[in-house]
Design a protein around this ligand. Structure first.
Ligand code: NDP
Ligand code: ZN
Length: 362
């Protein structure tokens, strides 16, 4: 059992190579061990490319026969873009398979494990399950809820201000913290902001630090189509942009569509966050990074639609009764209604503090 955890931890580390680049697939790692020697490693790196098991078994070659395979997610049993990994493991003649967590995808959901067992392979399930579930929390949420996993992010001063009373906000946190935000952007399928943030900051919402990657989709909540045609998100062509409206005329939408922007009309005049998430789920958006502003944060929190909160806190005191805070709008009238969070991690990034938290499950 001790050895099982050791090799599963290695498989999880290998899986991490794919985090943020496998959507709509999960990140998966596999390790093949024969006679106490690691003979194969593999990670799923991109949808459409081979699964982790394929690389690991290929590397192991003949040494896969009689080996134990550690895999962070139940091997698939269906023909997708690639043939089933369960069949591959059976053909390779492995003796035992250790699985961290089962695949909630209804096409797999226990069938991969059943297939292996039918072929006489020993299968153990649940080694480092919590870590494996955490690694693919966005994928698991999306499969179960059919709506994207929502990360709400903000940056503020130690006294909880996102700007001064005169509206100055660039920059409250350090460049190291902002670089971290760009890394997080790259790990989500889409970034969402409210139209006021576009009007005030004219953000690009692209990934500009680190390795050049595909930019996430940009989404603006904009009831009456107030986004300027020359805003970066409309004009720069750096990434796809969708504007979600409360229902606008064809002519209004056409000006944006000519620039390659997709305009969606929601069924209600006031855009309902739940409807937005359903729409995005249908469109295959697995993860959403909500970057403000404060009214949008309020709407997402009050809709109970937030899965994770990431706060960057700068060691600065801004003060001022009129200086805005990360969550605006109406907020919660009673303390009993406040969103209670469990803190998952606290890190320092340059001079700033980063807190990762998740709403308590009720
Ligand atoms: P938002 O950016 O949150 O935009 C709010 C507007 O979005 C609404 O007025 C509304 O305009 C539109 N909207 C459409 N549907 C919804 C909905 N369901 N819920 C909420 N809004 C919706 O505006 P804020 O004024 O609150 O915040 C903007 C400020 O926040 C900026 O000054 C910016 O600098 C700051 N900011 C700070 C960040 C930080 O981390 N420090 C991050 C991001 C922004 P309409 O009715 O026209 O559709
Ligand atoms: Zn597979």
């Amino acid at each position: 059992m001790h050895n099982d955890e050791h090799y599963m931890r290695l498989a999880l580390d290998v899986a991490k190579a794919g985090v943020g680049q496998t959507s709509p697939n999960p990140a998966v790692g596999a390790v093949v061990v024969n006679g106490g020697t690691v003979v194969g490693l593999g990670a799923h790196l991109k949808a459409g490319e081979p699964h982790a098991e394929v690389y690991a078994i290929r590397m192991a070659g003949e040494k896969a026969r009689g080996a134990t395979v550690y895999v962070t997610l139940e091997p698939c049993s269906h023909y997708g873009k690639t043939p089933p990994c369960a069949d591959l493991l059976i053909q390779a003649g492995v003796r035992r398979v250790v699985v961290a967590t089962t695949d909630p995808n209804p096409l797999v959901a226990g069938k991969g494990i059943a297939k292996l067992r039918q072929a006489g392979i020993d299968v153990d399930v649940g080694v480092l399950k919590d870590e494996a579930d955490e690694l693919n929390r966005m994928f698991f949420h999306y499969i179960a809820a059919k709506t994207p996993f929502v990360t709400l992010k903000f940056a503020c001063s130690l006294d909880g201000k996102i700007a001064t009373a005169t509206g100055e906000s660039k920059w409250i946190t350090s460049s190291a913290a902002r670089e971290d935000v760009h890394r997080l952007r790259a790990q989500h399928d889409a970034i969402l902001v409210g139209v006021n943030t576009v009007l005030t900051d004219n953000p690009k919402l692209t990934v500009r630090f680190g390795e050049k990657r595909k930019n996430p989709l940009r989404i603006i909540l904009d009831t009456k189509l107030r986004t300027p045609l020359d805003a970066h998100v409309v004009a720069d062509k750096e990434a796809e942009t969708w504007i979600i409206t409360g229902g606008v005329s064809r002519e209004q939408a056409a000006a944006y569509e000519r620039l390659g922007v997709r305009v969606f009309s929601m069924p209600t005049a006031q855009i309902d966050v739940r409807d937005v998430l359903r729409l995005l789920g249908e469109q295959g958006v697995m993860s959403l990074f909500v970057e403000g502003g404060s009214r949008v944060h309020d709407s997402f929190l009050r809709a109970g639609a937030v899965n994770e909160v990431i706060a960057y806190i700068a060691p600065k005191l801004i003060g001022g009764r009129g200086a805005p805070t990360p969550v605006g709008g109406l907020g919660f009238a009673r303390l009993a209604e406040a969103v209670e969070l469990d803190i998952r991690r606290i890190e320092t990034i340059g001079p700033d503090i980063k807190i990762v938290a998740a709403p308590k499950r009720k």
